[in-house]
Design a protein around this ligand. Structure first.
Ligand SMILES: Cc1cc2nc3c(=O)[nH]c(=O)nc-3n(C[C@H](O)[C@H](O)[C@H](O)COP(=O)(O)OP(=O)(O)OC[C@H]3O[C@@H](n4cnc5c(N)ncnc54)[C@H](O)[C@@H]3O)c2cc1C
Length: 298
């Protein structure tokens, strides 16, 4: 059985500790967990002239910032606030011209231009714990008590996680942190491979205790955000070769993946306030003490 069902249906919540923020579910009508298509007529009505908070620091967030910055120019009154958990923007814009994927590098550059031009208000070090209603608007509150000015809409692009619910009776060997296969996890752990380099891999790393069961594609990465389609093609080629009995082809992995050209990865860390000189390639960020919210959730 090959599970290639992705993670698209399981977006991460707004709550900074990985659980829904208090009030998040009740505010669902004002939250998008996708980058909105701003050419869609319904979305034009929804977002034109509104104040929007974009949460996240990965490529989806950059895509949203660029889209909203452009949208604001043709729809006056639209304002964008970029809310990051990390203490500084740091390398969230990626590797620019050093990125071996030109489009990925260019995306970061466009987002930086939008921020530098003042089209985007940036809030850093903000770990959302509560979302309060203020009439039709939402107020984001952080776990240290900061309150942001109310916004009309929230776009939460805080990553994805695999839905493993229907695999609960299957013997999977998953890493406790990443929810990726244990042999794969150390190769893709964003806390270790901070330069965006992920080693190609195949059936060997994707094998579980349950014989003949493979998670491939985006789902194989669990919570790691660095997946590229190329990786998935190579995974599937190797797994299918193994199933077909061609073990030589299954073990041969010769894909070379493009690097981001920036240490610290593609917005992977909740860095402390100063991330300048955060170490060389593949350095481990300083530990950050997390406090889980104890209050009951809606
Ligand atoms: C906004 C965004 C932009 C991205 N851009 C890029 C990019 O430019 N380049 C890149 O390489 N990667 C990109 N990625 C990563 C990316 O998602 C993948 O590379 C690719 O789509 C992953 O392929 P996949 O087949 O593993 O999962 P998906 O593309 O998510 O496909 C999973 C499929 O399984 C289906 N499915 C789910 N559950 C079931 C079920 N129970 N039964 C049957 N079918 C089911 C889903 O409907 C879906 O069609 C991006 C991701 C995001 C979120």
């Amino acid at each position: 059985m090959i599970d290639a069902s992705g993670t698209w249906g399981s977006p991460s919540p707004v709550g900074a500790d990985g659980l829904p923020a208090i009030g998040e579910r009740a505010a669902a009508d004002k939250i998008s967990y996708r980058v909105p298509d701003l050419t869609d007529a319904d979305n034009v009505v929804r977002y034109a002239g509104r104040q929007v908070a974009v949460l996240g620091s990965g490529h989806s967030a950059l895509t949203a910032l660029v889209a909203f910055a452009g949208f604001a120019q043709t729809h006056p009154g639209t304002r964008v606030r970029w809310v990051l958990r990390r203490g500084a923007v740091g390398n969230a814009f990626g590797g620019g011209e050093s990125d071996q994927l030109a489009a990925r590098g260019a995306l970061g550059q466009r987002a930086q231009v939008a921020v530098d031009a003042g089209h985007v208000e940036v809030v850093t070090g903000f770990r959302t714990s509560d979302i309060e209603r203020a009439g039709d608007r939402l107020v984001l509150v952080s776990d240290d008590g900061r309150r942001l000015d109310a916004v009309d809409e929230v776009v939460a692009v805080t990553g994805f996680r695999p839905d493993l619910s229907w695999l609960s009776e299957v013997r999977l060997d998953l890493d406790a942190r990443l929810q990726a296969p244990v042999a794969l996890a150390p190769l893709i752990d964003p806390n270790v491979h901070s330069c965006g380099t992920v080693y190609p891999h195949g059936v060997k790393e994707l094998t579980h205790s349950e014989a003949g069961v493979f998670l491939v594609g985006m789902k194989s990465y669990g919570r790691a955000p660095t997946f590229l389609a190329l990786t998935g093609y190579e995974q599937v080629r190797s797994v299918v070769a193994a199933i077909a009995g061609d073990h030589q082809a299954a073990e041969r992995v010769d894909l070379i993946l493009p690097e981001t050209g920036v240490c610290g990865g593609a917005g992977l860390f909740d860095e402390p306030v100063s991330d300048a000189g955060a170490g060389g390639c593949c350095g481990v960020p300083a530990p950050v003490e997390l406090t889980l919210t104890a209050s009951p959730r809606d």
